[in-house]
Design a protein around this ligand. Structure first.
Ligand SMILES: C[S@@+](CC[C@H](N)C(=O)[O-])C[C@H]1O[C@@H](n2cnc3c(N)ncnc32)[C@H](O)[C@@H]1O
Length: 271
């Protein structure tokens, strides 16, 4: 190591030392910072997956529900971090079937799912897709779930759709989903896909915000509903246990997708 890079590292080390002390001492009073402490514990080998979360949602058979729906598949070969090809097929079919005019996506990543939702919706459909600003993605995601940290900041957000003819249907939004202002989108979305941060804190927030944006009769899909993903699985299970419209939640067979098609979101939320 040269003197210059040694010095650079030393400054960084001091910064982390001070920030770490502050996080461990004052962080316990903040919900968001407690989530960071949890993530650090996971990074240090805490057995976060020792417990397998139950996945009680009834299965939704895609053959029965979506069979016969014609879809377009673009960019079938994905990057690590993308949904699987079967999941992409299901999402495309759900978007096509729902005739969605307004779509919201948490977690743009490379834009493969965004591009496909654009290719399977009408010409006037608008797709709003939110991800962290490029300059903060890597550092921000390092404080997320360990799996999230693997992908964040490694890829140019939305590059898969930017040079295609579908780009004009897509509105790229930048920000942290837990502090973003969803006011302009309230009760206006026909279809929402949640696949941003996967820790409990972010999934709870994204779900709450999705419920405020979905219109009556719209559809919400979560990725990573599986026994070793606490955030998504716990949040979706708790909704399902509430019953009522949430009793409509289904896990799509052969995938890690959970899907809710609410008919009267207002009644449940008391809005
Ligand atoms: C697993 S990737 C999404 C994959 C994408 N849905 C697909 O199917 O290809 C998760 C994305 O969520 C973004 N993300 C994580 N935490 C976020 C947050 N708090 N706010 C906004 N975006 C976030 C990450 O930067 C990453 O691009």
């Amino acid at each position: 190591m040269s003197i210059r890079s040694g010095l650079k590292f030393g400054v960084k080390y001091l910064y982390v030392l001070i920030a770490g002390f502050s996080l461990l001492i004052f962080g316990i009073f903040s919900r968001k910072q407690r989530a960071y402490i949890q993530t650090l514990a996971d990074q240090f080998g805490w057995k976060k997956n020792a417990r397998a979360y139950p996945t009680p949602l009834p299965l939704f058979d895609p053959d029965l529900m979506l069979g016969g729906t014609e879809i377009n598949i673009l960019q079938p070969e994905g990057n690590p971090g993308n949904v699987t090809l079967l999941e992409l097929v299901i999402l495309n079919a759900l978007v096509k079937k729902s005739k969605a005019g307004h779509i919201f996506e948490f977690g743009t990543f490379d834009g493969r799912t965004t591009l496909n939702m654009a290719a399977n919706s009408g010409p006037t459909t608008r797709i709003y897709t939110l991800d962290l600003p490029a300059e903060s993605a890597a550092s921000f995601a390092a404080t997320h779930d360990a799996d999230d940290a693997k992908f964040a900041g490694k890829i140019q957000t939305g590059y898969k759709y930017k040079k295609t003819r579908f780009n004009e249907k897509i509105v790229s939004l930048e920000g942290d989903s837990s502090t973003y202002d969803y006011g302009p989108y309230r009760k206006s979305m026909d279809f929402i896909f949640i696949d941003g941060g996967h820790s409990l804190f972010f999934v709870e927030n994204d779900t709450k915000n999705a419920l405020s944006m979905i219109r009556d009769g719209g559809t919400i899909a979560w990725h990573d509903y599986r026994s070793n993903c606490e955030g998504v699985t716990k949040v979706v299970n708790e909704l399902y246990e509430k019953g009522g419209i949430y009793g409509n939640l289904r896990r799509v067979k052969g995938t890690n997708l959970a899907v809710l098609t609410p008919h009267t979101v207002d009644t449940i939320l008391g809005m």
